[in-house]
Write a protein that binds this ligand. Structure first.
Ligand code: FAD
Length: 472
């Protein structure tokens, strides 16, 4: 992938300008580019992202492609069924990034055992022919045989079921790579500053290139807002913060764990890190209304204490040293729900009065179908022959040769537009989350990146300072 910068874009005219390079922006860009190239329809598509791709919610989530067992509690059967169908589709389209993940649920009351056993059976029923793996109901002894270090006191049994895990930042990158190979132009570190409708119905859009610090204008026929938590339609959104901590590995079985607390929140413990997913355990998430803006998202001490407390309850002897943390926002469509947890995860796609197409809400899991619906609306207006040309459910994501660790830095810079140390550590790889780094240990990475990107000593220092490292 090659970045389009200010020089190339100044004064350009595009048919579709997609704002935001998270999973929804990447999905829309890929879907539209595929439709245009497969039908040889000339279509100028540009996606701009203010930071690096997948640096928002799409790279900082629970990394699950799932139906969402907990949504059954709110009777969101449509969402669960749609997600389970998409789970099967994504598993087929990108098996190198989406893989089946066995999960274990321990029960600490007879009531939970009854309730969640019914839930899992219903989950499996809703999956229908898209079911993966088998479900099993386990005695306490069998549950402990799988996870021997699990708290024994009060354990009433367990259940096993399957969902999928995804490398969520890389999956965004690969959708973008595919969009690019079908003709879309991409610009990371390019912020959309303002837009103004012109007499001929086109938009005059002011972009700011954060690399060259230049502002300039382009013209766009149609704007698609996939800015997630940053969406222009702020009053329609409820921003809910979810945080994760990364701790040393606590799971013996290689299975992930899902645990329902008394407050209705679900906690996931997921084996994570490295190709074998065994370096660390990812623990999350919280679900709290977020008071600040989308640029100020950080885990609070209360969230850390809550997550560590849950781990202590489940695995009393586990090492709960926090190696890394990350937080992000769910841009949920506002409804009347009293709590952040019960607010619907359904998506909404609509043209606002000024004609901007907004794509928001939903889940990572449902991005493909959301993108398809958005592109149907868009093509209805600007390229009617492409409406209804649904290709993404049967077009596999082409797998670029995955580099090993020794060539990853070069690959990230040359193929994935990584332009900062953070891009390498948190988007192209998850190295940044896999241990408690010190700046000394990170220096070789910054130096090698610097050689490729022409950084001087001051820039290398600046890059090292930009990475959060635990205070010693
Ligand atoms: C804690 C947490 C865990 C989750 N776990 C799961 C899960 O396991 N499975 C699942 O299915 N779903 C999960 N979700 C939901 C899912 O991750 C989100 O629904 C999805 O990632 C939203 O994607 P997006 O593209 O809309 O937003 P984002 O990924 O946030 O992308 C929006 C992008 O727009 C960019 N942008 C903003 N303003 C501008 C501008 N002016 N110019 C250019 N670019 C701009 C931002 O920088 C950002 O990169 C989780 C959500 C949270 C918060």
């Amino acid at each position: 992938m090659k970045r389009s910068g200010a020089e190339e874009l100044r004064g350009a005219e595009v048919d579709a300008l997609i704002l935001g390079g998270g999973i929804n922006g990447a999905g829309v860009a890929r879907d539209l580019a595929l439709r245009a190239s497969s039908s040889s329809t000339p279509m100028r598509i540009l996606l701009v992202e203010q930071n690096h791709f997948a640096s928002g919610t799409s790279g900082k989530n629970s990394h699950l492609i799932h139906g969402g067992l907990r949504y059954l509690k709110n009777f969101q059967f449509h969402l669960v069924r749609e997600s389970l169908r998409e789970r099967a589709t994504l598993l087929k389209l990108a098996p190198h990034l989406v893989e089946a993940l066995p999960l274990l649920i321990p029960f600490y009351s007879w009531f939970d055992r009854f309730l969640y056993s019914v839930g899992i059976a219903l989950y499996s029923l809703l999956a229908g022919k898209h079911k993966i793996g088998t479900i099993e109901f386990l005695s306490a002894a069998k549950t402990l045989a799988i996870e021997p270090k699990l708290e024994r006191k009060g354990l009433r049994g367990g259940a096993g079921y399957y969902d999928c895990r995804v490398e969520s930042a890389r999956f965004v990158l690969e959708n973008l790579q595919d969009a690019y190979s079908h003709g879309a132009q991409l610009a990371n570190y390019m912020r959309a500053e303002s837009f103004e409708k012109q007499a001929d119905g086109w938009w005059l859009v002011r972009l700011h290139d954060r690399l060259s610090e230049e502002s300039f204008t382009i013209r766009a026929r149609k704007i698609v807002d996939t800015m997630g938590p940053w969406s222009g339609e702020k009053d329609k959104l409820r921003l809910v913060r979810g945080s994760h901590i990364v701790i040393p590995p606590v799971l013996d079985s290689g299975k992930a764990m899902a645990y329902f607390g008394t407050d209705g929140r679900i906690l996931f413990l997921i084996p994570w890190g490295g190709a074998e997913h065994n370096k660390v355990t990812l623990v999350g998430t919280t679900d709290l209304d977020h008071d600040g803006g989308p640029d100020q998202v950080k885990i609070s001490q209360d969230e850390i204490d809550y997550l560590r407390g849950r781990v202590k309850f489940l695995f009393p002897d586990a090492d709960r040293t926090v190696l890394a943390t990350f937080s992000s926002l769910r841009p949920l469509v506002r409804d009347d729900a009293s709590s952040a947890t019960s607010t619907s995860r359904e998506h909404r796609i609509w043209n606002s009065d000024d004609g901007i197409l907004h794509v928001t809400g939903g889940k990572y899991t449902t991005y493909r179908v959301m993108s398809e619906q958005a592109v149907d609306l868009l093509t209805h207006e600007i390229a009617p022959p492409l409406e209804g040309l649904h290709l993404t459910a049967m077009t596999p994501l082409r797998a670029p040769r995955r580099p090993d660790d020794s060539t990853m830095i070069r690959f990230a810079v040359e193929q994935e537009m990584a332009l900062s140390l953070r891009d390498l550590l948190y988007v192209s790889t998850s190295w940044g989350y896999e241990r408690a780094w010190t700046r000394i240990a990170l220096r070789p990475f910054a130096t090698v990146m610097g050689e490729r990107l022409g950084w001087g000593a001051a820039k290398i220092e600046q890059e090292l300072q930009s990475v959060d490292v635990p205070q010693c």
